[in-house]
Design a protein around this ligand. Structure first.
Ligand code: FES
Length: 349
C-alpha cells in the first residue's frame, strides 16, 4: 500500500534563501502512476541519520505538463527540509509515493472564478491550481492573496510574474508583507480586513465559484469565517493545512484496556491486540504493517481507513466530512479504538 517508487531529481531551483523547488523525472512507465490533479501532493520517504522520515510536499506544476515539482521551505529544526535545502542535487534518487490529496481543482469546460488566500509555502499547490484555472477556459480568472515576510521571502515570485505576463488581468495578485511596507502591497498579515478588502472592494465584481486556502490553521479559520460572513457558502471554500495547532490527546487519558484489531491492507489481513490509549496508525506501524501514511498529524489524509466493525473516535479531524465519518471513515493517525474489537480496512476508502 505504501507504494514508493524511485525517482531521479532532474532540477533543483533556489526559490528564496530558504526554499527550493525540486523537480523529478517521471519515466514513461510511471506516467500513469504519477498523473495528478492540480492541488495534490506527493510523499517523500528518506532515511536521514538512521531515521526514516516521510514528508508530504505539494506539487506546483500543472497536470499534463509531464513534470512534478515540489516546493520545500526550510523549517527550523526540520530534518528533511534542511536536508532538501542543502544536500539534494540533480541526479539524486528519492523514494516517492504517487500523488494524492483532496485539495484539488478539477477543470471543466465552463469559466471559473477562483480565489486563493495563502501564506508562505502554502503557495505550492496553489501555483498548480492557478495555472490550471487560467488554462482551462479563456474567461476564467484567478485572484491570489499571498502573505509573506517580504518579497525576498516569497516563493515562486518569478513564476507568478510570468503568469501575470501571460494572462494579463485574468490574474489578480495581492501581496501582503509582514516585515516591509511596499507600495502596492498590503502591510501586515492576512486577516479579516484583508478578506473584506479583496471580496468587497478590489474584486467585488467577481462572482467567485471557489476559494482555496492554504497555510497555518489560524489563517485558514479566520479567512474561512470572513468569507462566510461575506456570503460565500462553505461548500465553495477548500482548505489545506500546512501547520496545525497542537492538540492535547485528552481522550487517551480516559481510555483503558485493550482492543483486538483486525486490519486489511492491500487485501492482506492482520490481527493484533493494542492498548486503547494508542492511536490506531501507531499500533499498525508498530506491528510492521505497511499501511499508508504521511504527516501523522491529521493534515494530509493519507491514512484514511474505514471502520467496518466496532468503533473508533478521533481526537482531531479537519479533513473528513460528517457524512464520511458516518460512513465509518477515520483518520487512523488521529483515532483511538473505543470498542473491545475493531476491524479497520485501509483498502475500502
Ligand atoms: S497521516 Fe496525514 S492525516 Fe493521518
Amino acid at each position: 500500500m505504501s507504494d514508493f517508487h524511485s525517482l531521479k531529481v532532474n532540477a533543483v531551483q533556489q526559490l528564496t534563501s530558504n526554499a527550493v523547488a525540486i523537480s523529478f523525472a517521471i519515466p514513461d512507465t510511471l506516467k500513469d502512476v504519477f498523473a495528478f490533479s492540480a492541488g495534490q501532493y506527493i510523499t517523500i520517504n528518506k532515511e536521514i541519520d538512521g531515521v526514516t522520515l516521510r514528508r508530504a510536499y505539494s506539487i506546483s506544476t500543472v497536470p499534463g505538463s509531464g513534470k512534478i515539482t515540489v516546493g520545500v521551505k526550510k523549517v527550523t529544526d526540520g530534518t528533511f527540509s534542511v536536508y532538501a535545502n542543502s544536500k539534494i542535487r540533480v541526479g539524486d534518487v528519492l523514494e516517492l509515493m504517487p500523488p494524492e490529496g483532496r485539495f484539488v481543482f478539477e477543470p471543466s469546460n465552463t469559466e471559473k472564478h477562483v480565489g486563493a488566500f495563502v501564506a508562505g509555502s502554502g503557495i505550492t499547490p496553489v501555483m498548480s491550481i492557478a495555472e490550471t484555472v487560467l488554462k482551462s477556459h479563456l474567461n476564467s480568472t484567478f485572484t491570489l492573496v499571498y502573505g509573506n515576510q517580504s518579497a525576498d521571502e516569497t516563493m515562486f515570485l518569478k513564476e507568478i510574474e510570468a503568469l501575470q505576463k501571460q494572462y494579463g488581468d485574468r490574474i489578480f495578485v495581492q501581496h501582503v508583507f509582514s516585515r516591509v511596507n511596499e507600495e502596492g502591497s498590503l502591510f501586515g498579515r492576512i486577516d479579516g480586513s484583508t478578506v473584506t478588502y479583496i471580496v468587497k472592494n478590489k474584486r467585488k465584481d467577481i462572482a467567485f465559484d471557489a476559494f482555496y486556502l492554504c497555510g497555518p490553521e489560524e489563517m485558514i479559520d479566520l479567512v474561512s469565517e470572513k468569507l462566510q460572513e461575506a456570503g460565500i457558502t462553505k461548500d465553495k471554500i477548500h482548505f489545506e493545512l500546512f501547520t496545525t495547532s497542537n492538540t492535547v490527546d485528552t481522550m487517551a487519558e480516559d481510555l483503558d484496556g485493550k482492543t483486538q484489531v483486525a486490519v486489511v491492507v492491500d487485501d492482506e489481513n492482520f490481527t493484533f491486540a493494542m492498548d486503547k490509549k494508542m492511536l490506531i496508525l501507531d499500533a499498525v506501524l508498530k506491528e510492521n504493517i505497511d499501511a499508508p501514511y504521511s504527516c501523522q498529524g491529521g493534515v494530509c489524509s493519507s491514512c484514511i481507513a474505514r471502520v467496518t466493525e466496532g468503533k473508533a473516535e478521533m481526537i482531531k479531524n479537519q479533513i473528513l466530512t460528517d457524512g464520511e465519518i458516518e460512513e465509518g471513515l477515520i483518520l487512523t493517525c488521529q483515532a483511538h479504538p473505543t470498542t473491545a474489537t475493531i476491524k479497520v480496512d485501509f483498502d475500502d476508502v
